[in-house]
Design a protein around this ligand. Structure first.
Ligand code: HGY
Ligand code: MN
Ligand code: MN
Length: 413
């Protein structure tokens, strides 16, 4: 039993809900493919709405599909929110994002079970398009909520087959009537798997998250000339794929030369992608991250310098543009303290850390006090169908989430 409040969550019920919702977009390898505003996303949204309504919550949807489920408190003041996302990567796991939404649902289920009335209303939020995989950039609709992007900008984001996010939101019935940003809350806690190796390596259960590193995304299109692989002499080729390969290797060096920064190329399209045609055009994406914005500037300069040098020496032309910048962000010290106390109260080991991955909390922290709680994932692996954690670790995260929210709620007594 939880020592201070005797308000304990039910880890098995949380685990059962995680496994139940994993079926929405479940893959043969045991992962989840639940792309933003896909049919599978609609299925899990409908499930989530029904479960919140069973708890007596009102569920509101804003103009970019963000969902807000609110349980009233004793006082008519701004809610304390717990939020994350239900969309996944194409080869996503069972816990990225969904643990935060279902961990919040479990906290609310526990409060209802025990007839516990909080001072402030309690809200659960599902943010649209956190992943940014189908529609770039990431954290798009928490970004609209925070005023970083307009709703129209979000509506016009296209996936790689030219489908627009706005059309898909309408199609699945989640283009709500509330303006983004109009549904207010006074703080937000986000529970999430760490998606890295630190907690597991140090045998700690809880990550007391202090902020999120800076992130920048770029798109590069390299143009050469399609030609016959048999009849075109090596010296006369304009090989877009060869030039891109050299650029991708140089981008990896940018990461290696600015540790603990990271530099990655994740998406590449080679055209015409025919075994006997010298590639004429290649599109690829670049993801640069670092905790320090000044170093991120240096990484950006090094990236641009190296692709310009390679381009000039490879008989091709190229275009590059930065499509997204999310500056490094620090979370609210008072809420971080609630998480620290919540872990202690539940008897879990913890350590402070910044987040390598991006989260909706990074944008929400711009408009309201926000913080995060991490739990370990097996081998630090995420964005992978093998993503795994345990019932105990999920339960620990939800318990600390509840403890932290109640600790914060006590300030409204
Ligand atoms: O890219 C990220 O860090 C997040 O998983 N969307
Ligand atoms: Mn996530
Ligand atoms: Mn993710």
């Amino acid at each position: 039993m939880n020592s201070k409040t005797n308000l304990t969550i039910n880890p098995q019920r949380l685990w059962d809900s995680l496994m139940e919702t994993a079926a929405f977009g479940g893959t043969p390898k045991g992962g989840i493919k639940r792309l933003t505003v896909s049919d599978e996303d609609k299925e899990v949204r409908d499930w989530f709405k029904a479960e919140c309504e069973k708890l007596g919550c009102t569920v509101q949807v804003d103009e970019v599909g963000n969902m807000f489920a609110t349980r009233p408190g004793k006082k008519d003041i701004l809610p304390i929110a717990m939020g994350s996302h239900l969309d996944t990567q194409p080869t996503g796991g069972k816990f990225d994002g969904v643990l935060g939404v279902l961990g919040a649902l479990e906290a609310l289920r526990s409060l209802v079970d025990m007839g516990y009335e909080t001072n402030a209303p309690i809200m659960i939020v599902n943010w649209t398009n956190e992943e940014g995989s189908r529609f770039a950039p990431a954290m798009l609709c928490s970004g609209v909520y925070a005023g970083v992007f307009t709703a129209d900008y979000a509506y016009t984001r296209e996936d790689r087959s030219g489908v627009k996010l706005g059309d898909e939101l309408s199609r699945i019935g989640y283009k709500g009537e509330h303006k983004a940003g109009a549904i207010k809350f006074e703080s937000m806690f986000e529970l999430h798997i760490e998606q890295g190796p630190i907690l597991e390596a140090e045998e700690k259960i809880i990550g007391v998250v202090t902020g999120v590193q800076g992130m920048r995304w770029y798109e590069v299109t390299v143009t050469g000339q399609e030609s016959h692989t048999g009849a075109t002499p090596m010296g006369l080729r304009k090989n877009a794929l060869l030039a891109s390969a050299r650029m991708i290797d140089a981008i990896d060096h940018v990461g290696m030369n600015h540790l603990p920064g990271v530099a990655s190329v994740g998406l590449i399209e080679n055209r015409p992608n025919s075994r006997n045609v010298v590639p004429g055009e290649v599109f690829f994406t670049v993801d640069l991250r670092h905790p320090d914005e000044a170093v991120l500037d240096k990484m950006e300069a090094a990236f641009r310098q190296s692709i310009a040098k390679i381009g000039a020496g490879s008989n091709v032309t190229f275009e590059e543009k930065c499509i997204w910048k999310s500056p490094a962000v620090k979370f609210a010290p008072a809420l971080i303290e609630c998480v620290r106390q919540g872990a202690k109260q539940a008897g879990y080991s913890s350590r402070e850390m910044a987040s390598g991955a991006g989260h909706d909390a990074a944008y929400i922290a711009r408009v309201t006090p926000t913080t995060m709680i991490f739990v370990p994932c097996l081998g630090g692996i995420s964005h992978n169908e093998a993503e795994s954690t345990t019932l105990e670790e999920c339960g620990a995260g939800a318990q600390v989430l509840l403890n932290a929210v109640l600790a914060h709620d006590a300030s409204f007594a």
